[in-house]
Design a binder for this molecule. Structure first.
Ligand code: NAD
Length: 476
C-alpha cells in the first residue's frame, strides 16, 4: 500500500525509526492487509522524551501568548492544507469513509484554532483589598502532560489531548493508538512544522500499559489525559493518584435516546439513524438505547430497520461508502457475542447481526428491539453498529432507564414540549444532552462525562483551563 507513510517516534524533534526497536504491524481493517509497522519506544526513548518535556515546558510556558497563538494558528492552517493526504492515512488505518476522515481532520484544525484564540483570554483576577495590599489570582500551566488517545477518532482524540495543553503553555507527550498511528503523527508533524519546538510536542508508541506506567511513574508528568474504556480509565486514574497527578478521563458511554410522541418520527429517524451508524457505531457519544414512547414504538422500529438496511457498507476509500469496517478484529467478534446473548434472553433481531464477508472487519448495520435489561448489551457499551430499541410507558420510565447505568456521557431527547426539555436537562445524568439534534460537540463547548464516563473537560474554554492551575499571590 503506497499511500501509507513510514512510521516513526517523534522525540525531541528527531524522527526515530523502527531500526533497533520492537515494532508491530498496522492493519487495514477493510482488507486485513498489513500496511505499516509502528516502532515501540524503548525505556531509554521514554526517558529522553521525559527530559525533553521538562526542558520544553520551561521555554514554551515563557513564550509570549501571541507567539504561541500564532504558531498554533499556523499549525491549524497546515492541517487544513494537508487534510486530503492525512485523510487517506486515516481511512487506511481506521476504516471510516474518506469524507468522514477529512471532516475529522478539518474539525481537529478548527479545535486548534479555537484553542489558539483562547490563549489570549487566559485571565487572572485582582481581589478587593485595603490600600497597600494586593491579592492576585493567576493561572499557570500545570506542567508536562501525557496524553493517551484511542483509535476511533485518530485525529480528534489526539488533538483533544495536545491542543488544550499546548494552548495552556504545557509541553506534551502523546501516545496515539498503535492501531492508528499515522494520523496522530501527522498532527504532531504539523505542529512542529508550524514552530512548536520538538521538545514541547512529542509522539511515542509502545505496549500501551508499559508506556503509561513509565510516563506516569515520572514526577516530570503533572497531568494525564486519556480517551478509552472505563476499565483502563480507572486503572490509569489509580496510577495518576500515586503521584497526585491531575487527570482528565474521557471514557465510554451508553447513550440513551428519549423519543416522545410529539415529534416528527421520520425526521427523528433520518437524523438518528445516520448518527447511530457513523464510524460503524464506534463513537463514545453514539446513540445506543432508543427509549421510544409506546404509541410510536412500531413506527420507529420499522423505520429504523428500513433505513439501516439501505446503508451502503464498504471500503472507506470507495465512493459512496456510508459505513466502513469496524476498526479491528475485536469489533465484529465482540458485537456478535453480545447480540447472541441478547437474542438468547428474548430480544428480537430486526435486521443485521452478522459479519459481512471474510475479508476485513465488516459488520451489518443491526437493530435489536424489546431487549431485556439483563442482556449484556443493555449494560456494556456495544461500540458497534447496533441500535437497541425499546417501548417505554412515558417520561418517568424513560428518565429512570436513562439513569439506570453507571455511564453518563451523551444523552439525546426528541420532544417539542419546552417544559419537558427543561425537566430532561435537569434530571438526565449526563455530561452532554442533545435535544432534537444529533450534535454533541462544538469546539467552543466543553466535552466530557459524569459518573463512569469520566471527569474533566476537553474542548471549549474548559479544555484549556483543565491544563492550568490557580496560584494566589498575597502582597502587602
Ligand atoms: P481500551 O480502553 O483498551 O483502549 C483504548 C485506547 O487506550 C487504545 O488506543 C489503547 O492503545 C489505549 N490503552 C489501552 N490500555 C492502556 C494503558 N494501560 N495505558 C495507556 N493507554 C492504554 O479499549 P479498546 O479495547 O480499544 O476498546 C474496548 C472498549 O473501550 C470499547 O468497546 C469502548 O467501549 C471503549 N472505548 C471507548 C472510547 C471512547 O471514545 N471513549 C474509545 C475506544 C474504546
Amino acid at each position: 500500500m503506497t499511500d501509507y507513510p513510514t512510521l516513526y517516534l517523534s522525540i525531541g524533534g528527531t524522527n526515530l525509526s523502527k531500526e533497533g526497536r520492537d515494532a508491530v504491524n498496522v492493519i487495514n481493517p477493510a482488507t486485513g492487509e498489513t500496511i505499516g509497522s509502528v516502532p515501540h519506544a524503548t525505556a531509554a526513548d521514554l526517558d529522553a522524551a521525559l527530559d525533553n518535556a521538562a526542558k520544553g515546558f520551561k521555554t514554551w510556558r515563557n513564550t509570549a501568548a501571541d507567539k504561541r497563538a500564532a504558531i498554533l494558528t499556523k499549525a491549524a492552517a497546515l492541517l487544513k492544507e494537508r487534510a486530503g493526504d492525512i485523510a487517506v492515512s486515516l481511512t487506511l488505518e481506521q476504516g471510516k469513509p474518506l469524507a468522514e476522515a477529512k471532516g475529522e481532520i478539518i474539525y481537529s484544525a478548527m479545535l486548534l484554532e479555537f484553542y489558539a484564540g483562547e490563549i489570549k483570554r487566559i485571565y487572572g483576577r485582582t481581589l478587593v483589598r485595603p490600600e497597600g495590599q494586593r491579592v492576585e489570582v493567576q493561572y499557570h500551566p500545570v506542567g508536562p502532560v501525557a496524553g493517551f488517545a484511542a483509535w476511533n477518532f485518530p485525529a480528534l482524540n489526539v488533538m483533544r489531548k495536545i491542543g488544550g495543553a499546548l494552548a495552556a503553555g504545557c509541553s506534551t507527550i502523546v501516545k496515539p493508538s498503535e492501531e492508528t498511528p499515522a494520523t496522530g503523527l501527522a498532527l504532531v508533524q504539523a505542529l512542529i512544522d508550524a514552530g512548536v519546538p520538538g521538545d514541547t510536542v512529542q509522539c511515542v508508541f509502545g505496549v500501551p500499559d508499559d508506556v503509561s506506567r513509565h510516563l506516569l511513574a515520572s514526577p516530570i508528568i503533572r497531568k494525564i489525559t486519556f480517551t478509552g474504556s472505563t476499565a483502563v480509565g480507572k486503572h490509569l486514574a489509580k496510577l495518576a493518584a500515586d503521584d497526585l497527578k491531575i487527570a482528565t478521563m474521557e471514557l465510554g458511554g451508553h447513550g440513551p435516546v428519549l423519543v416522545f410522541d410529539d415529534v416528527d418520527i421520520d425526521k427523528t429517524l433520518d437524523t438518528m439513524v445516520a448518527a447511530k451508524y457513523r464510524n460503524a457505531g464506534q463513537v463514545c457519544v453514539s446513540p445506543t438505547r432508543f427509549l421510544v414512547h409506546e404509541s410510536k414504538f412500531e413506527q420507529f422500529r420499522d423505520g429504523f430497520i428500513a433505513r439501516a438496511e439501505k446503508i451502503k457498507v464498504g471500503n472507506g476509500m470507495d465512493d459512496g461508502t456510508q459505513m466502513g469496517p469496524m476498526a479491528s478484529e475485536r469489533g465484529p467478534d465482540g458485537i456478535a457475542k453480545k447480540i447472541a446473548d441478547a437474542v438468547k434472553k428474548g430480544a428480537k433481531l430486526g435486521t443485521g447481526g452478522e459479519r459481512i464477508g471474510n475479508q476485513g472487519y465488516f459488520f451489518q448495520p443491526s437493530v435489536l428491539s424489546e431487549v431485556p435489561t439483563d442482556a449484556i448489551i443493555m449494560n456494556e457499551e456495544p461500540f458497534g453498529p447496533i441500535a437497541l430499541i425499546n417501548p417505554m410507558a412515558g417520561e418517568e420510565a424513560m428518565i429512570e432507564e436513562a439513569n439506570r447505568l453507571p455511564y453518563g456521557l451523551a444523552a439525546y431527547a426528541w420532544t417539542n414540549d419546552p417544559a419537558r426539555r427543561r425537566r430532561l436537562a435537569a434530571e438526565v445524568e449526563t455530561g452532554m444532552l442533545a435535544i432534537n439534534s444529533a450534535s454533541m460537540s462544538a469546539v467552543d463547548a466543553p466535552f466530557g462525562g459524569v459518573k463512569w464516563s469520566g471527569y474533566g473537560s476537553e474542548d471549549g474554554r474548559e479544555g484549556v483551563m483543565a491544563c492550568m492551575v490557580p496560584k494566589t499571590v498575597h502582597e502587602s
